[in-house]
Design a binder for this molecule. Structure first.
Ligand code: NAD
Ligand code: LMR
Length: 328
């Protein structure tokens, strides 16, 4: 067995962490031979609830979990962390859009960015889940100037998974048949789940589904508004599927991407090949070599329709950035 890696998770007493921590502990992300030390951050008011989560983690007796550190101090929680999964922050309630959370959640990422900068391991990688995740990630990154730009990810994998599932249902196939779905832009209602490159059973999804009206209409809207639909139905925002998507994100970063396919996450837009403005956290189709090198898939043909969609979500991200200039 190798040396343990340190995985910091924030918001440890919350809904998403309640699924995430246990799945990290059972080895399904970093592998059955990779021990982990969990470093869990919470706010002081939630430290008692976190004690209960830790009792349950201990009661799971997971052989790969070598230690569990809890703290309400980011400098402790991020100490020597190889991964930082930033989940802690308010979720939205019914009737809210994710951008409404920026005032409450944005400032959290100033201190956390600084703590990551000063205390995390040299190879730290950061995945931001808390909403609005693109802009929160931008705040954390801006406050961690020593952490290279290619270490920052905001989660749009849940959108990708939702899009694949919708396409699979419509085509009446297994979800594993659906590939090459890229989420462009913001994790919000302006995101563009790009179906124009998607494949079903290796064929263009448009050809298989043969219903462009559905693709441009119900499909996109369902993916864009799925989070709100879950809040409406459950009274709480998505949790198990969000944890699942965070694990998928990490797995995709550390595993070679299957030939010809891609996955989605928001990364720094600087120097991207699609003319999206620099200085944003923008979701693109990505590939990984499995050694930590993640690149935007270049050379995809974008139709005028796709460019309009990609630009609309870019505009929204520019507006969000404008609202947080004091945090950057
Ligand atoms: P939750 O309210 O159940 O848990 C959040 C936890 O974060 C709470 O225990 C809270 O005490 C803690 N917290 C708050 N501020 C903190 C801080 N400064 N440091 C550490 N911990 C802090 O919420 P949840 O359902 O687990 O959702 C967490 C976040 O994830 C929300 O912002 C939600 O909108 C977001 N989310 C994002 C996606 C996505 O696809 N990107 C999906 C689902 C949820
Ligand atoms: C989701 O997409 O389910 C999350 O971002 C939670 C939300 O507020 O929609």
């Amino acid at each position: 067995m190798s040396n343990p890696i340190r995985v910091a998770v924030t918001g440890g007493a919350g809904q998403i962490a309640y699924s995430l921590l246990f799945r990290i502990g059972n080895g399904e992300v970093f592998g059955p031979e990779q021990p982990v030390i969990l470093q869990i951050l919470e706010i002081p008011q939630a430290m008692d609830a976190l004690k209960g989560v830790v009792m349950e983690l201990k009661d799971s007796a997971q052989p790969l979990v070598k230690d569990i550190i809890t703290s309400d101090d980011p400098n402790v929680a991020f100490k020597d962390a190889n991964w930082a999964i930033l989940v802690g922050g308010k979720p939205r309630g019914p009737g809210m859009v994710r951008a409404d959370l920026i005032a409450a959640n944005g400032p959290i990422f100033v201190d956390q960015g600084k703590a990551i900068n000063d205390h995390a391991a040299d190879d730290v990688r950061v995945v931001v889940v808390a909403n609005p995740c693109n802009s929160n990630c931008l705040v954390a990154k801006a406050n961690a100037p020593d952490v290279p730009a290619d270490r920052w990810f905001a989660m749009t994998r849940l959108d990708e998974n939702r899009a694949k599932s919708q396409l699979a249902d419509k085509a009446g196939v297994d979800v594993t048949e659906v590939t090459n779905v890229g989420i462009w832009g913001n994790h919000s209602a302006t995101q563009f789940p790009n179906f124009e490159h998607a494949k079903i059973g290796g064929k263009p999804a448009e050809e298989v589904i043969n219903d462009r009206e559905w693709l441009e209409g119900e499909f996109i809207t369902t993916v864009q508004k799925r989070g709100a639909a879950i809040i409406q139905a459950r009274g709480k925002s998505s949790a198990a599927s969000a944890a699942n998507a965070a694990l998928d994100t990490i797995r995709s970063i550390i595993t070679p991407t299957p030939e010809g396919d891609w996955f989605s996450a928001a990364i720094p837009s600087d120097g991207n090949p699609y003319g999206i403005e620099d200085g944003l956290m923008y979701s693109f189709p990505l590939r990984s070599d499995g050694n930590g090198n993640v690149e935007i898939v270049a050379g995809l043909d974008l139709t005028d329709y796709a460019v309009t969609k990609a630009k609309a979500t870019e505009e929204e991200l520019k507006g969000e950035r404008e609202a947080i200039t004091d945090l950057l």
